[in-house]
Design a protein around this ligand. Structure first.
Ligand code: AMP
Length: 125
């Protein structure tokens, strides 16, 4: 079995949380920060992250507190509502690890909306 990935405190989202690089913030509370994705793949593409240091869902779901877990999910729903996406619809997605092509090793939920997103995930080539 592969060892779990150690948290890299210099990943880009950790640097955003420390205020070292800017972000286009849409939401913040005690446990959560959310900002627009720098390379949006839909008219609305927002990243929701816990402020705590967690690599991915595997890590967050194992070590995060109940308050942090609840805060992230509640924030995701609230942000989608605030962005006016409830009626037309939206998708949330979280990548973990190699097969999912996770790029940034700080847990994040993507919210996509504002266009027809197609069904689920693409079929293999
Ligand atoms: P993932 O493949 O799930 O790890 O997605 C990482 C996401 O972070 C990608 O959609 C990137 O476009 C996005 N991203 C990378 N750097 C930044 C940044 N500085 N500000 C906002 N989004 C970023």
């Amino acid at each position: 079995m592969e060892a779990p990935l150690a948290y890299d405190p210099n990943n880009v989202f950790a640097r955003i949380l420390r205020g070292e690089i800017p972000c286009d913030k849409v939401y913040e509370d005690e446990h959560v920060l959310a900002f627009r994705d720098i390379r949006p793949q839909a008219p609305a593409h927002i990243l929701v992250i816990p402020k705590g240091a967690y690599v991915s869902l595997a890590d967050f779901s194992a070590r995060g507190t109940d308050a942090e877990l609840a805060a992230v999910l509640r924030a995701a729903g609230q942000i989608a509502r605030d962005q006016g996406l409830d009626e037309s619809g939206y998708r949330i997605l979280a990548n973990h690890g190699r097969d999912a092509h996770q790029e940034v090793p700080h847990f994040h939920i993507h919210i996509f909306g504002g266009r027809n997103l197609g069904r689920m995930i693409p079929k293999p080539d």
